[in-house]
Design a protein around this ligand. Structure first.
Ligand code: ADP
Ligand code: MG
Length: 672
């Protein structure tokens, strides 16, 4: 049976209820299960003789059950299972709480392995609710006595269950046909797919696990590289209008700016203007920290396009940002260049030289006269399909416009290359001179009131404040404040006389934009929000950013939030509220206090948090490819080389499984 049609309900122990819960983990098929990777492995491989257990601690033992009985505890109304296990050196007591079924799962005389905490009690040393596994027919163990995989869970699913399901899945589907060509496997000494899948879950030792991880990561990087290289080839075959560099006019524009461009702004602009002259479409990503001045670089490309009698479109995620960019371009571009706005709410005209808008720009009915350049702000990657749409709706059947994407996610070059191999990169690495650094402070619970006092004083001076709360997930038990709670508290107790408002992801787009407009018009003093506050929005008068539960965010995200203030000549302040006093949190948040450089902070975050924490969860803000490349740059180089070989030798045609894998990847990228 094909792998992706085997449902989880075909497995032993998965009824409709369990299947529903697995859906929360995005597990629907047996294939999803075997690719559901462990967060970490716990080393329970060392087996201790019972006689050698002298102290409290975590132990694994192997022996025979010699006593087993349930009793009720009247005080707590729990069922307590009491047992004892014996090996050739001695015996030890075990208690399990509220798992009465254990009495029927295990029998006296069974050979059992236990792992768990041993504690000194008044009855001597005892295991307290250990993990257990019956040893049968010399089968390798799954839950104890080995490197035991630990998975991200959801309510109602236990580690034991998920291990059991994955073990069954592996037994059913392995060995699998390998989609990688044999010569690639041999050249890079990679494990077979079957071995890798087995060992990523149930490795015998760390070396095993590392090899399995290397193989699976290689595959991911390889597929991305295949996509990138193929896409690059395809673009080279497309024809774009060659836009000549209008040197005199561009120079005049730059000379008239109220500031001088930074070195990397100049370099980026030059790279873009070079690309625009070519006859195949540019596909470039402009990366630069918040506030580094990407818009003015975009404006140079826009002006150059208009001077070539072609249209330029600038697309942004929201209406309010569209209006901001529209106003900015109108202000800085020469008066004879016509600029118009095109959003769901405001549809002026599509014949202007420059059209600024939202995604409404790529709807079906939109037709440009002669689009030469499309720019997408605050988005890393413009979908391949959307790109096709630009061409289709650009009303110029043969010509493909040049494309420039811009993002404020600071990501080191090597990592960017891993994530966006299909794009050429320009990076603005410095902020304009003379910017006042945002004064950043870590605030412990005891000092909250001082910050609130500080805020009051600044609001009196007509300045504005953001209060940012981390999102609450269902499983959240950390007592982090939700926007609603925080709003009520601040409104009732702390700032009863100030104008407060809230903003979160559950609000409609129009509501959110309305609030942001009020904020811009200074009708709100304090805005309490989740991380939905947009990137790129200019609230010049906002000088204070207060972040609740700061330890829960990655440094890169915190830096992004901080970038939403400090956009004028007024001194800005960022308060990082945390109740955590761990050394790690202090060190991490300390980085923000010391540095205003997004790239440096991104690297520090990767270093400080390391693979373990980032693996699987990805709260870092980096793509998984970036993290893989960071951890193993060699692997990225190999994947690049392998992709080249595969395309050169046309191996996709002889390896349909690989071809299919690539097709699925491309389909998903379209949906991004
Ligand atoms: P971002 O890269 O975050 O999109 P913007 O393009 O919005 O940043 O620029 C932020 C502000 O900095 C704008 O007001 C812009 O005019 C200004 N700016 C851009 N470049 C420079 C420069 N070289 N020197 C001084 N100010 C600049
Ligand atoms: Mg911007």
């Amino acid at each position: 049976m094909p792998l992706n049609t085997m449902r989880v309900t075909d497995l032993h122990g998965v009824g409709p209820k369990t299947a529903d819960r697995l859906k929360f983990l995005k597990i629907n098929t047996v294939e999803d299960l075997i690719y559901y990777l462990p967060r970490e492995h716990e080393d329970l491989s060392l087996i201790t003789k019972i006689k050698e257990i002298n102290n409290d601690g975590k132990y694994t033992v192997l022996g025979k059950i010699e006593r087993l009985a349930n009793r009720r505890s009247f005080k707590s109304r729990l069922t307590i299972t009491e047992a004892s296990l014996k090996d050739e050196t001695g015996a030890i007591k075990i208690t399990w709480f509220n798992q009465p079924y254990i009495k029927d799962t295990l029998k006296i005389g069974d050979t059992v392995m236990l792992s768990g905490l041993v504690k000194q009690t008044k009855y001597g040393l005892q295991f307290n609710s250990p993990a257990y596994e019956k040893i049968q027919n010399r089968q390798p163990t799954v839950h104890v006595g080995r490197l035991v995989p630990k998975y991200p869970l959801t309510w109602g699913i236990t580690q034991k269950q998920i291990r059991y399901f994955i073990k069954q899945s592996l037994a059913r589907v392995l060995p699998l046909a390998d989609y990688l060509p044999k010569e690639i496997l041999e050249k890079y000494r990679l494990l077979s797919l079957s071995a890798a899948l087995q060992k990523i879950h149930f490795p015998t030792d760390n070396h095993d696990f590392n090899q399995a991880q290397a193989r699976l990561n290689f595959d991911e990087l390889l597929i991305l590289q295949l996509f990138s290289q193929k896409f690059r080839q395809a673009l080279k075959k497309q024809i774009a209008p060659s836009l000549q560099f209008q040197e005199t006019e561009i120079k005049k524009f730059v000379d008239n700016l109220p500031f001088t461009l930074t070195e990397t702004q100049k370099k980026s602009a030059w790279e873009i203007l070079q690309d625009l002259q070519k006859t195949h479409p540019m596909n470039r990503l402009l990366i630069g920290d918040v506030g580094c001045g990407k818009t003015v670089v975009a404006a140079m490309a826009i002006l150059n396009t208009a001077l070539n009698q072609k249209q330029a479109a600038l697309m942004v995620p929201t209406e309010i940002l569209a209006k901001q960019h529209y106003a900015y371009l109108k202000k800085i571009l020469p008066k004879n260049i016509s600029v118009s706005l095109w959003t769901a709410g405001t549809k002026t005209n599509l014949t202007a030289s420059v059209v600024v808008g939202t995604h409404a720009l790529i709807q079906k009915n939109v037709r440009f006269k002669n689009l030469g350049l499309a720019i997408v702000d605050e988005q890393h990657r413009f979908g391949v399909t959307q790109r096709q749409n630009l061409k289709k709706y650009g009303n110029q059947k043969k010509l493909m416009p040049h494309l420039l994407s811009m993002t404020a996610t600071p990501i080191p070059r090597t990592l960017a290359l891993a994530s966006y191999g299909d794009l050429d990169l320009s990076i603005i690495t410095e902020l304009p001179k003379g910017r006042k650094p945002i004064i950043t402070k870590v605030v412990k619970a005891a000092k909250r009131d001082l910050s609130y006092q500080f805020i009051k004083e600044h609001v009196q001076k007509k300045e504005q404040v953001f209060v940012l709360c981390p999102l609450i997930e269902e499983s959240d038990q950390l007592g982090v404040r939700a926007v609603n709670q925080e709003y009520e508290k601040l409104h009732q107790e702390i700032f009863p006389y100030l104008r407060l408002a809230k903003l979160h992801g559950q609000m409609k787009m129009q509501e959110k934009e309305k609030i942001m407009r009020q904020m811009q018009k200074q009708e709100i003093d304090i805005l309490i929000a989740t991380s939905v506050i947009e990137v790129g929005i200019d609230i010049k008068n906002a000088t204070i950013m207060l972040i609740e539960g700061a330890e829960r965010f990655g440094l890169a995200s915190l830096h992004q939030f901080r970038g939403r203030i400090g956009r004028s000549d007024k001194q800005a302040f960022c308060f990082l509220f945390t109740n955590s006093s761990s050394a790690k949190t202090n060190e991490r948040l300390g980085c923000l206090v010391k540095s205003q450089n997004g790239f440096a902070l991104a690297e520090a975050d990767l270093k400080l948090r390391g693979a373990g924490e980032i693996y699987g969860t990805n709260q870092s803000g980096f793509s998984k490819y970036a993290i893989m490349a960071w951890e193993n740059p060699q692997l990225l180089l190999k994947a690049k080389e392998a992709a080249k070989i595969i395309l050169q030798k046309n191996l996709l045609t002889t390896h349909p499984l690989l071809k299919k894998k690539l097709a699925i990847f491309i389909k998903n990228i379209h949906l991004e």
